[in-house]
Write a protein that binds this ligand. Structure first.
Ligand code: N01
Length: 533
């Protein structure tokens, strides 16, 4: 039943890193702002992804806000890479510190967002029965929040519990003594597999496509390192903001193909020993030249063969169907080593696809695998899924899902023609998932806040992406991607993991620094490409 009618200047959807900062920023500017969040608390991704081993693959000291010097100095991280509980604690700290909760409705999913052309307002309907009108709507729903459980026949017959990594229960799940199946070997699978292997009686991993993974070499963050980075935050943050990926990756700038075997090897050894996704920044040509890419890919395949004792398992774990980095590189703690354990088995579901789920397990290639629990690490309807499922209808009643039936069409990944006064934090067409999300979120939040402030100061009430500007931008996103090896992979970046989804490279691969410059130019030129009235 509809119980409430409220009006705000701005409604923000989602209270993760994006929504929280958006709220703070708009509140400071005096906009009446309200946030709707489907979870019971802040944190977004880090609220939902509570699976064992969940950890960010961006280093703690950079996976946090930079907008407040006091905040970044006062928070202490305990490890090089932050585990999910610590990131969630940080998000809660931020919510408390800026008293954000009073303007957030929790456990309140937004069910539809419909533009009223006459009033120039958006009507939002929530699962809690509210109907709300606002002039501006800002989505802060993340890129990886629409989780996917494949529709295997028989799932309802399964007698045991099953879980998706992105919708993990809040109560601890105890796998001690259990036989567990994990389906999927992307970043989530590669994190959850070593963690479950430690307690399960037997763990069976169902792998369709192997991925490249680099050791995290995670560990406690020593106070000296933390103090040193904090002392240099101003410089390091500035560097991250203009870098390709929003991180300090120390690129050599050298091309692998220009170097001799020894020099390449030394650089890759150094990066493997240091750990993390900066491995990919070893050479400037890794993502644009197949021969150069093979050098890094061969190196990782050799490492897999070195670590995994059973040669057949090692070969099965070696990725061969995509250039390294063209699917999101994984960062792990003891992933390949896990296959040396007696209680872990790898099943190739490329050769023998999962036929069905049975009462007691899974059937592949006519063979039954009995398990007590199933973990789906099967990923997301990435980037567009979190937006299209909001049931957004713009000018003329057109739905966002229909408007994007051939792939997302945005201007700068920030705005969509036909959907005035709607802004998408880290939307498709922006660097988002190819970057340190917090850096990209801060840039989008600040850009949107400046834009709304500009409109208000100039007595403007409507901002809409120009269709031609969006067409050109979408073409540019595609053009830059085609210059790289990214489109060669059947990745979620390409929409390839969702049946029927158009194959379009969705994030902007031009880099965080270049993208920021473009956005700043758009602003400097009076919001070129936006129709303002
Ligand atoms: O999802 P994925 P994810 N039968 O889509 C398999 C971020 N993230 O949740 O490749 C059998 O990457 C699928 O196989 P295939 C990060 O950006 C970050 O792991 O389609 N298998 C694949 O192996 C990441 O990239 C962190 O052949 C099926 C797996 O499931 C993104 O989230 C941690 C299947 C899905 O992998 C998504 O990662 C976690 C089927 N029917 C996530 N359907 C960190 O910061 C799917 N699969 C560390």
């Amino acid at each position: 039943m509809d119980t409430t009618t409220t009006d705000y200047d701005v409604c923000v959807i989602g209270a993760g890193f994006g929504g929280m900062y958006m709220l703070k920023k708009l509140r400071e500017l005096g906009f009446r702002t309200h946030v709707f969040e489907r979870g019971d608390d802040v944190g977004g991704t880090w609220y939902w992804n509570r699976y064992p081993g969940a950890r960010c693959d961006v280093e703690s000291l950079f996976y946090c806000y930079s907008f407040d010097e006091e905040l970044q100095q006062e928070w202490t991280w305990s490890e090089r890479y932050p585990a999910q509980p610590e990131i969630l604690a940080y998000c809660r700290h931020v919510a408390d510190r800026y008293d954000l909760r009073r303007d957030i409705s929790f456990a309140t999913p937004v069910e539809s967002v419909v533009y009223d052309e006459v009033a120039g307002l958006w009507n939002l309907r929530t699962g809690a029965g509210q109907r709300v009108r606002a002039r501006w709507v800002i989505t802060a729903v993340g890129c990886l929040s629409a989780s996917q459980v494949p529709r295997f026949p028989g799932l309802d017959d399964f007698r045991g519990p099953w879980f998706h990594t992105g919708q993990w229960p809040h109560e601890p799940v105890d796998f001690t003594g259990k036989r567990v199946a994990v389906i999927g070997t992307g970043s989530s699978g590669i994190q959850v597999i070593p963690a479950i292997a430690q307690t399960a009686r037997q763990l069976t991993v169902f792998q369709r496509t192997p991925n490249f993974s680099i050791p995290a070499h995670n560990g406690p963050l020593d106070p000296e390192t933390q103090a040193r980075v904090k002392a240099e935050y101003a410089t390091l943050r500035a560097e991250a903001r203009v870098s390709p990926g929003g991180t300090i990756a120390h690129p050599t700038g050298k091309k692998a193909l220009d170097l001799g075997e020894e020099e390449r090897r030394a650089e890759l050894d150094r990066r493997w020993a240091n750990g993390g996704s900066a491995f990919l920044s070893a050479f400037a040509d890794t993502m644009v030249n197949e021969a150069a890419n093979r050098i890094s890919a061969d190196y990782v395949r050799d490492q897999i063969r070195r670590i995994v004792k059973d040669p057949a398992t090692a070969e099965l774990l070696c990725p061969r169907d995509h250039p390294i980095g063209s699917k999101r590189i994984c960062v792990d703690t003891g992933y390949y080593e896990t296959y040396n354990r007696d209680n872990v088995r790898l099943v190739d579901v490329r050769a023998n696809p999962i036929e069905r789920i049975t009462e007691h397990g899974l059937r592949t290639g006519g063979v039954d695998h009995e398990v007590d629990a199933i973990v789906f690490a099967t990923g997301y309807d990435a980037m567009t899924g979190p937006l299209t499922r909001l049931n957004i209808r713009g000018v003329g009643g057109q739905s966002l899902a229909d408007s994007w039936s051939e792939g997302p069409r945005t201007y700068l990944g920030l705005a969509v023609p036909g959907f005035p006064n709607l802004f998408t934090i880290t939307g498709p067409g922006s660097p988002s998932v190819l970057s340190n999300m917090v850096v990209s979120i801060e840039q989008h939040v600040e850009w949107i806040a400046d834009h709304l402030d500009h409109l208000r100061r100039n007595d403007l009430r409507r901002s809409e992406a120009d269709p031609e500007a969006a067409r050109q931008w979408t073409e540019h996103v595609d053009e830059v991607a085609r210059y790289t090896l990214y489109p060669q992979a059947a990745s979620w970046y390409m929409g390839a993991n969702v049946a029927g989804k158009p194959r379009v490279f969705m994030p902007y691969v031009g880099g965080v620094g270049a993208y920021r410059k473009i956005c700043d130019e758009v602003t400097a030129e009076g919001y070129k490409g936006f129709q303002l009235s």
